[in-house]
Ligand binder design. Structure first.
Ligand code: SF4
Length: 445
């Protein structure tokens, strides 16, 4: 623990309510519906030359709601509702495909996220992907990612995904212990993980990622070690480890409010414990031949196991975020779609793009966004920023870099800025040091 920490900071080491991880900049709470006109201007303007284009599709259905989940998901929709939604999202992609910002650009990356994209049946997926590919083909894309919940997979569904060009399968394992999975509201069983993984390997998906969560309610050292061991045994190409947050608007946060606590009454590990678990997992995975590629990810080989979605998005690529409440970034404007089912479907029924709020970024916002997001990979290349923004990031953020380097979280060596292993483990809490003053201390969502 650095000596500069105050008692208040030390108190923050407990897992309290709220979002801890930083996924974008400026924070979402500054995105406004009064800026929707900027979003429309952005999509109706030609693209900045050389900017890759991605497509994110939000499939918001799940078998049941995990108790820690704060995403816009539905567990009560029938086949007819799903068909209405899939028509709407297809219509959205069609409207976007005709805008000036596409400008003939092919898709560089595609991401099916959720929710649970694999909740859809093989027939629904086949129909959806056939229609989408006719509108915006992804045959030349560098990566097509598809998120799966192991219990929703059958072999023929995976065959369908292969047929439609999915290159990266992301399995939401989270934990292996049945009691922990059940208590946290996960729908899948341990044996379903092995079965799904076996099929995925058999079918030859180029990249399989496994997601784990350090610090699910009920976790302890013994079980965590077993989770890491079982993961290594499966031998995935990539492992992503999230440290458990307790955001607002989750089942857990409501249970906590009901009992009148402002501190979790449940057995939620504190941040130092979750970091220790993540560090342990990284070290074990490194012993097994993996390389650390970000604060949350290890990969078999950095050269071969790329994550195009993250690499492109964090460097300021364009991405259409389609589906209810989805987030995107186009021509320098952050955009989020309307966040209710009714509003989303109604907008597309009326033939309108379903934008709900937006934030037009300045060049400085984009610079800070890249610094902050790329620091999560553990490395900044000073020359990259000089070429792109015409400045020296070491000078631009001198105070922040000096503090972080003095406290042992990163090193400055010539043109390279690198997080230390301990710094990388907790990089998110240091990122506000790079924010402009008006964006510090705001509630994140
Ligand atoms: S599967 Fe994912 S999206 Fe669905 S409820 Fe659980 S955490 Fe949320």
């Amino acid at each position: 623990m650095p000596q500069s920490q105050t008692p208040e900071q030390l108190n923050q080491e407990k897992t309290g309510l709220g979002n801890y991880f930083i996924a974008n900049y400026p924070p979402f709470s500054f995105w406004k519906n009064t800026n929707v006109a900027d979003a429309l201007t952005a999509v109706n303007s030609p693209p900045r030359p050389g900017t890759p284009l991605g497509l994110y599709l939000h499939i918001p259905f799940c078998r049941k709601r995990c108790k820690f989940c704060y995403f816009r998901v539905y567990t009560d929709k029938n086949a007819n509702d799903i068909s209405v939604y899939l028509d709407a999202i297809t219509k959205e992609v069609e409207l976007l495909s005709k805008t000036a910002c596409v400008g003939g650009r092919p898709l560089d990356y595609v991401y099916f996220g959720g929710g649970t994209p694999s909740y859809l049946s093989a027939a629904q997926l086949d129909a959806l992907m056939t229609r989408l590919r006719a509108i915006m083909p992804w045959d030349g894309a560098r990566e097509v990612t598809f998120e799966c919940e192991p219990g929703t997979l059958q072999k023929h569904k995976l065959e369908m995904l292969r047929k439609h060009g999915v290159t990266r399968l992301s399995l939401g394992v989270e934990n292996f212990k049945p009691e922990i999975l059940q208590y946290n509201g996960r729908a899948h069983l341990e044996e379903e993980i092995y079965r799904a993984f076996g099929w995925a390997r058999e079918l030859g998906f180029p990249q399989i990622n496994i997601d784990l969560i350090a610090g699910m309610v009920g976790e302890d050292w013994d079980n965590w070690k077993q989770c890491v061991e079982k993961t290594i045994k499966l031998d995935p190409d990539c492992v992503t480890i999230y440290q458990m947050e307790l955001p607002y608007n989750t089942v857990f946060s409501k249970e906590l409010k009901l009992v009148g606590h402002d501190e979790p009454a449940l057995a939620v590990a504190d941040w130092p414990t979750k970091r220790a678990w993540t560090k342990y997992a990284f070290e074990e995975l490194e012993k097994a031949g993996y390389e650390v590629s970000s604060a949350t990810t290890v990969v078999k080989s950095k050269a071969k196991t790329r994550f195009v979605y993250r690499e492109a998005l964090w460097r300021g690529a364009d991405m259409f975020g389609t589906g209810v409440a989805s987030f995107g970034h186009v021509n320098g404007v952050h955009i989020q779609n309307v966040d209710t089912w009714e509003a989303y479907v109604a907008k597309l029924d009326a033939g309108e793009l379903p934008f709900g709020r937006a934030f037009p970024t300045t060049e400085r916002d984009r610079l800070i966004r890249e610094v902050v997001l790329l620091l999560k990979t553990g490395h900044l290349d000073v020359a990259y920023f000089r070429d792109k923004y015409g400045l020296d990031v070491r000078q631009e953020f001198r105070t922040a870099f000096e503090h972080l380097s003095r406290d042992g979280w990163l090193t400055l060596d010539g043109e390279s800025i690198d997080c230390t292993p301990d710094g990388l483990m907790q990089i998110d809490r240091h990122l506000p040091a790079f924010f402009d003053p008006q964006y510090i201390s705001s509630r994140y969502t």
